[in-house]
Design a protein around this ligand. Structure first.
Ligand code: FAD
Ligand code: SF4
Length: 495
């Protein structure tokens, strides 16, 4: 039995004071020596239970063993078999609730740092010039497939279907691709060059990307199928519709939904003024309402935008916060102030309609509610006012309603999520599949990727079956020149 050091090998991070005003990546990643030391903590279990915690079934034991042996190329190949976006997942996956939670070392010792090792391998692969190269399809098929939304669900479905030889077109409402990876998660956690590289790999596979197309407005799902000749559609439109508090004053200037605030900062580079002239109110004293991942991102962005104080205002206690422990700790290090057990009751404005403060009341925790967390109960007489010139409402999001509203016969549940089979992503409309946040509500990158992968398999089976019913195999060609790709290009122009 090898000696297993009880603690994870530390991940070097930039100094908190320095990073308060910098958008560069906070975590610096493992060196070769640290990666090998961490990988050697793995027991190479006969039954690697950690893998059961990974929604896309990355062969964790095998890739970690390759790292321990210094074979980083072998590790990268093992990961690539199951995960299209390892540099992204290695940075943002909530591993503490997934693979690392299952690791046999835990809870007596720290689990193996699977996420850190995945990031190390992906970065090693990128720096050695072969990041993400995926085998091109061996056959090319004629049936065109439309992917709606370019978040992790859509990108994964697109990759798998392109590798099966289908002409795939991704339609994206925004002017840049990646979904939340692009517009939500800030640069200091996930450098956008990584998202660019992953999109570029898909383009190299032949996937067509069409931006600035809102499906449901510019063109409907019906039109994609009936007029533009798509044989199947995968909907991965996410959950980007913000939830508000509905308290007086919420429409004052300077109050943003987290999605709007983060989109202005990340997608539209509000931090790079005057190179980009995206307007955003420069915070002096920011208040972020909520305590999930999105709230931490908004608070840490406020700090980087120059706020003297950035407060997280949350109606429950520290224990109930939704944010990942790592991001919470980094927010604390960067000076974010936490006002637990506090709920806003009204936003106060100045004569010009800008927010200037928040009326709040303290709470205490009562019995658990339907979410299982203890319900916050206002404490009479504890009202107070706090100053704030920027407020960000980060209370969660609902599914984007446009596609369900404009697609006949597409069933949704009471939360507005598209109803889709968990294993296949099949919806109530034949030929229309869905996955990711639009089905589950706001969740995680890796869950969205898993849904995209399962749906891609199901779409392939559906199209093969349809072709068989028509009395023949689906149309296949040996090379791109003989047909398949041209269909995709044509579709892109239509989009
Ligand atoms: P999305 O990523 O939302 O992508 C959907 C795409 O569809 C978007 O690009 C959207 O513009 C496009 N679209 C929508 N409607 C249309 C339409 N009608 N026509 C065309 N295109 C359309 N998860 C983690 O695992 N780790 C984290 O650290 C993490 N941090 C997060 C931080 C923030 C600020 C947010 C908001 C979420 C975070 N998440 C995190 C959650 C995670 O990002 C999502 O669960 C995941 O991105 C969902 O993927 P998706 O493909 O379903 O949708
Ligand atoms: Fe290694 Fe932990 Fe997985 Fe076992 S459960 S193979 S120790 S990472």
């Amino acid at each position: 039995m090898p000696i297993v050091y009880p603690h994870k090998t530390a991940m070097p991070c930039r100094d908190p004071q320095e990073r308060r005003r910098s958008w560069d990546e906070v975590a610096e990643g493992y060196t070769v020596e640290r990666a090998i030391a961490e990988a050697r903590r793995c027991l190479v279990c006969q039954d690697p239970v950690c893998e059961q915690g990974c929604p896309v079934n990355v062969p964790i034991r095998d890739f970690v063993r390759h790292v321990a042996l210094g074979d980083f190329g072998g590790a990268a190949a093992a990961i690539r078999r199951r995960n299209l976006l390892p540099a992204i997942c290695g940075r943002v996956c909530p591993v503490e609730h997934q693979c690392e939670l299952r690791c046999v070392l835990f809870p007596h010792q720290d689990p193996v740092g699977i996420g850190r090792l995945e990031r190390f391998v992906a970065d090693w692969e990128r720096s050695h010039g072969n990041g993400g190269e995926t085998a091109a399809a061996e056959v090319w098929r004629d049936q065109k497939i439309a992917i709606v939304g370019s978040g992790p669900a859509g990108l994964t479905a697109a990759s798998d279907l392109a590798q099966l030889g289908y002409p795939v077109t991704v339609f994206e409402a925004l002017h840049a691709f990646g979904g939340v990876l692009r517009y939500g998660i800030p640069q200091y956690r996930l450098p956008k060059e990584i998202v660019d590289e992953d999109v570029a790999h898909l383009k190299a596979l032949g996937v067509e990307f069409v931006r600035d197309v809102i499906i449901g407005k510019t063109v409907t799902i019906e039109q994609l199928i009936d007029e533009l000749g798509y044989s199947a559609v995968f909907v991965g439109t996410g959950a980007g519709s913000p939830i508000f508090m509905n308290v007086p004053g919420e429409n004052l200037k300077g109050i943003y939904s987290a999605n709007e605030f983060l989109t202005r900062v990340n997608l539209m580079h509000a931090y790079s003024f005057p190179e980009y002239d995206t307007p955003i109110r420069q915070p002096r004293r920011a208040a972020i309402i909520g305590a999930g991942d999105t709230a931490m991102d908004a608070a840490r962005c406020s700090v980087r935008l120059g706020a003297e104080e950035a407060h997280i205002v949350y109606r429950r206690s520290e224990r109930e916060k939704g944010a990942r422990a790592e991001d919470y700790e980094r927010a604390r290090e960067e000076g974010v102030i936490f006002d637990w057990l506090t709920v806003p009751t009204r936003f106060l404005g100045d004569d010009n309609g800008w927010v200037r403060g928040i009326e709040c009341i303290r709470t205490e925790l009562g019995e658990p509610d339907e979410s299982g967390r203890r319900r916050p109960v206002p404490v009479p007489g504890s009202e107070f006012t706090m100053e704030a010139d920027v407020v960000v409402i980060a209370l969660g999001t609902n599914p984007n309603p446009l596609v369900p509203k404009t697609t006949q016969g597409l069933d949704v549940d009471r939360h507005g999520c598209i109803v889709a089979d968990e294993q296949t992503g099949a919806t109530s409309r034949e030929g229309v599949y869905a996955g990711g946040d639009i089905v589950t509500g706001a969740a995680t990158v890796i869950l969205a990727m898993g849904a995209g992968r399962r749906a891609a398999t199901a779409v392939h089976e559906y199209l093969q079956q349809r072709a068989a019913e028509k009395g023949g195999r689906d149309e296949q060609h040996d090379t791109p020149e003989s047909g398949g790709r041209d269909g995709a290009r044509q579709a892109g122009r239509h989009g």
